[in-house]
Write a protein that binds this ligand. Structure first.
Ligand SMILES: Cc1cc2nc3c(=O)[nH]c(=O)nc-3n(C[C@H](O)[C@H](O)[C@H](O)COP(=O)(O)OP(=O)(O)OC[C@H]3O[C@@H](n4cnc5c(N)ncnc54)[C@H](O)[C@@H]3O)c2cc1C
Length: 345
């Protein structure tokens, strides 16, 4: 099945006048929601402050032409709908199982993991699946929505530069919970629920090394360290060769050092990597990226938030589960609720 058909044909196409939908956020949840609603015939517009679609499903290119997945590292699939979506991505060459050696790294000890569920990655980078989700959608990047205010029966969206972004009867904040709160001001009960969701931060370092790193693992959960995870990029399918690693600071370390500069953090996490390995490492290049909102801890116990009367809603991993799969399922759940809201009970 073509990758997009899983979502495009999920709900029956509807006739008649349908409300305009504005989706704020082109991460997995917002793109999934937008695809399902567009497939059902709704006029949908997606707005994102980033340079392209994907949000935390993000791939960065370095000066040497290689790439780093500095946000989500891989995804797993359990729910039948997400399994079908992942199978479609795999069939199209947009994703593939990651056969890397995964395990645990503690100072002085390396422990390979027992075989677990299959880990998938986007090919050639994690953001490939976001790009295909966005394909054909009305998406505007590089615009931050600051205000959603009532204008007759619709909502008016305004950017942080004061630009009028137009009207929509239904507005969805598909953004991390703290960023959703101000956008949900027109539905105070939803804003209050969003206030209850916390997301931990994560400092990510993208490092290129001269020589192969002496670790018999390609992805490691790191214990007793400022780091929580490290991964060898070239072990993922479709990546350039070369010794590129992504190092993730632990939630505790990242929170404690959140307001430091990337230039301050990068050498500290490189040093933590050397300590965990028990040997020195020489980076040719190391760039740090701050994820203020990385993983929900814990997510709310609801798939999505929606006030059908107001036409305001929210979705994301913080509603449905702290992973790519959770974001996808949250987008689907909200699409269903928007459609039900139009149809009536
Ligand atoms: C470091 C890190 C490691 C991770 N590792 C994994 C992993 O290994 N496996 C896994 O399954 N998941 C992992 N995750 C989590 C996974 O990335 C997320 O669950 C998922 O991508 C969330 O998608 P989303 O649509 O909910 O939100 P996001 O991807 O955050 O999308 C929100 C979008 O909204 C945009 N936005 C925000 N505010 C505004 C505004 N006011 N106006 C316009 N646009 C706005 C942002 O630019 C962004 O594109 C990781 C995340 C991080 C950061």
């Amino acid at each position: 099945m073509p990758a997009s058909r899983v979502l495009d044909d999920l709900l029956p196409r509807r006739g008649g006048p349908l409300p305009r939908v504005a989706v704020i956020g082109a991460g997995v949840s917002g793109l999934t929601l937008a695809r399902v609603l567009a497939g059902a015939g709704f006029p949908v517009r997606v707005l994102d402050k980033g340079r392209g679609p994907g949000g935390r499903l993000s791939t960065r290119r370095d000066a040497d032409g290689g790439t780093f997945d500095h946000g989500a590292q891989y995804f797993t699939a359990r729910d039948p709908l997400f399994v079908a979506q992942v199978e479609a991505w795999v069939a199209q060459g947009l994703a593939a199982p990651w056969q890397g050696r995964i395990g645990t790294l503690e100072p002085g000890a390396v422990t390979p993991s027992a075989k677990e569920s299959v880990r998938y990655v986007g090919v050639p980078g994690m953001n490939s699946v976001a790009k295909v989700l966005a394909d054909g959608l009305d998406l505007r990047s590089g615009v931050r929505v600051e205000r959603v205010s009532r204008d007759g029966k619709a909502w008016r969206l305004t950017s942080d530069s004061g630009e009028d972004l137009g009207l929509a009867e239904v507005v969805v904040a598909a953004v991390p919970a703290p960023q959703a709160v101000p956008l949900l001001a027109g539905a105070p009960a939803l804003a209050d629920q969003a206030k209850g969701a916390r997301l931990s931060p994560c400092w990510a370092v993208m490092a290129r090394f001269e020589a192969p790193v002496a670790l018999a693992l390609d992805g490691a959960f790191v214990k007793d360290s400022p780091l929580s995870w490290v991964a060898r990029e070239a072990s993922k399918p479709g990546r350039a060769s070369g010794e590129r690693w992504v190092l993730h600071g632990s939630p505790e370390y990242s929170a404690a050092h959140l307001e430091e500069t990337p230039e301050e953090v990068a050498p500290k996490l490189l040093e933590a990597f050397a300590q965990a390995l028990g040997t020195g490492v020489r980076a040719v290049e190391a760039v740090a990226h701050r994820w203020r909102f990385s993983m929900p801890s814990p997510p709310l116990d609801t798939r999505a938030l929606y006030d059908a009367e107001a036409g305001l809603g929210a979705c994301g991993d913080w509603c449905a589960g702290p992973r790519v799969e959770g974001a996808f399922l949250s987008g689907v759940a909200l699409a269903r609720r928007v459609v039900e809201g139009v149809r009536g009970p």
